[in-house]
Design a binder for this molecule. Structure first.
Ligand code: HAM
Length: 438
């Protein structure tokens, strides 16, 4: 039986891989203009780092992490032994905790320094039930700002994310930006208790998972997708009435900046997000039509306590991540096609087998001059070589024939206009670049 890719993973075939590259470059350009620089962290980290950073009671840590075991560690487990902390490893389910760990480890925000503005691109791993827009290996583009607490940074983050989506081609009219404040250690515990009490009081109308969450992570119940639970929980206490003065002032200031920038948003006092590290501002961008239930193309928020939970000194932080696969679905729904077009400028064809070596030389000289060129390597006839050039969407074809080659020339054909002329081999790269408009 032929081997297939693991469940919940997808190959990025050339067109998608090109789209990933285009979107990564767009992010480098847009986020770069806001002062963000790239960072790369390992694909796997110590499990404890994720547990402490993201929260044991979250689905991401509690249910969805892929553990990484070396052969030795696996043998230790089979023999009933215990693993040391540095043997307990997991594939990263997200990028924020790792970036914060790296900032702490390399002291990227020493006291009094400017904030560290970092962005990352890469695969993340969550062992969820696969469905449209939900994979076990997916790709995120993310940005994190460490070291600034002012609400202007929160607004800047949100504006930057919305600008990225719009430049990528998602119509503004098909996006919904949802915002909320999660409060902080000062005001959230009382709010959490009030939601727990609400769940316990309505236990018989709610699913087992919501009842379980009353004791582990009550706020996560607010995100339950069960329609009956949704209806009941719509009447649960909202955090807007529970925010302390500082949190309320922060939230009002973020909204004022967004208003000033003309960014439309919807407030949802039940938006809680799936990771435990959030404090104050949280946000999510949803696509209105075309994505089904997995409609969040990006989200993020402030996490002023995360640095301490991975052992660093108090450092405020805020960031977001967007999902490449979901963004591609949103672009498809909007009729935007990324990653298309030819990756070839010239196809070099030889008239017959006697010209194969000569055309190889011409091909080489074009590549040396930086022209994207290719040729047939399957001994095709001239007619089939032209068909191949067509299939590869090469705008130009060079034909190498014996008489012309004898005179130091080749034929250069423009495939769109069908015009052709003889060009000296020496001047070929310049002539090609001229026709390509370079
Ligand atoms: P998140 O909401 O878990 O946040 O993920 C961000 C985005 O990744 C989602 O909006 C979605 O587009 C995509 N995504 C998540 N899970 C999957 C999946 N299983 N399959 C496909 N796409 C998925 C975070 O990851 C936070 N680290 C964001 C953040 C950064 N908060 C602060 N800084």
């Amino acid at each position: 039986m032929a081997v297939k890719a693991p469940r919940g993973t997808a190959d990025l075939l050339p067109q998608e891989a090109r789209a990933w590259d285009q979107l990564s470059r767009l992010a480098l350009r847009i986020f770069g203009s806001y002062g963000y620089e790239p960072i790369e962290t390992p694909i796997f980290e110590q499990t404890d780092m994720f547990t402490r950073g993201i929260g044991e009671a979250t689905d991401v840590v509690g249910k969805e992490m892929f553990q990484v075991l070396s052969k030795n560690a696996y043998a230790t487990l089979l023999e009933g032994g215990k693993l040391a902390a540095d043997q307990r490893l997991s594939l990263r389910p997200e990028g924020t905790a790792s970036v914060v760990r790296a900032v702490q480890e390399h002291n990227l925000v020493p006291s009094g320094a400017a904030p560290a503005k970092l962005m990352y691109f890469g695969p993340m791993f969550r062992c969820e039930r696969p469905q449209k827009g939900r994979l076990r290996q997916f790709h995120q583009i993310g940005a994190e700002c460490l070291g600034a607490h002012e609400p202007s940074v929160d607004a800047e983050m949100i504006i930057m994310l919305m600008r990225f989506f719009e430049k990528a081609g998602v119509p503004r009219s098909n996006m919904r930006l949802i915002i909320n404040s999660m409060g902080d250690d000062n005001c959230r515990p009382a709010y959490r208790d009030s939601v727990r009490d609400f769940i316990l009081a309505h236990g018989s109308e709610l699913c087992d998972e919501c009842n379980r969450r009353a004791h582990t992570n009550p706020l996560r119940a607010l995100d339950c997708k069960n329609p009956a639970c949704k209806q009941v929980l719509a009447a649960a206490p909202t955090i807007d009435n529970a925010l302390c003065d500082d949190c309320r002032a922060h939230y009002e200031a973020v909204k004022a900046y967004l208003d000033m920038a003309g960014i439309e948003y919807v407030e949802d006092p039940h938006l809680v997000r799936g990771l435990d590290y959030y404090t104050n501002t949280v946000f999510e961008v949803q696509v209105i039509d075309g994505l089904g239930s997995q409609n969040a193309i990006g989200g993020g928020g402030r996490y002023d306590k995360l640095m301490e939970s991975v052992g660093g000194k108090p450092t405020p932080g805020i960031g977001f991540a967007l999902g490449f696969e979901r963004l591609m679905l949103a672009l498809e729904a909007a009729g935007v096609q990324l990653g298309g077009g030819s990756n070839l400028d010239v196809f070099v064809a030889c008239v017959d087998a006697s010209m194969r070596a000569a055309s190889f030389k011409v091909l080489q000289s074009l590549r040396d001059a930086g022209v994207r060129a290719d040729a047939d390597h399957q001994a095709r006839s001239l007619k089939s070589q032209f068909k191949l050039a067509d299939k590869l969407a090469a705008p130009l074809v060079v034909v190498v024939g014996p008489d012309e080659f004898e005179r130091g020339e080749v034929t250069l054909r423009d495939m769109a206009s069908k015009e052709q002329r003889n060009v000296s081999i020496e001047e070929l790269p310049t002539a090609v670049k001229g026709l390509l408009g370079e």
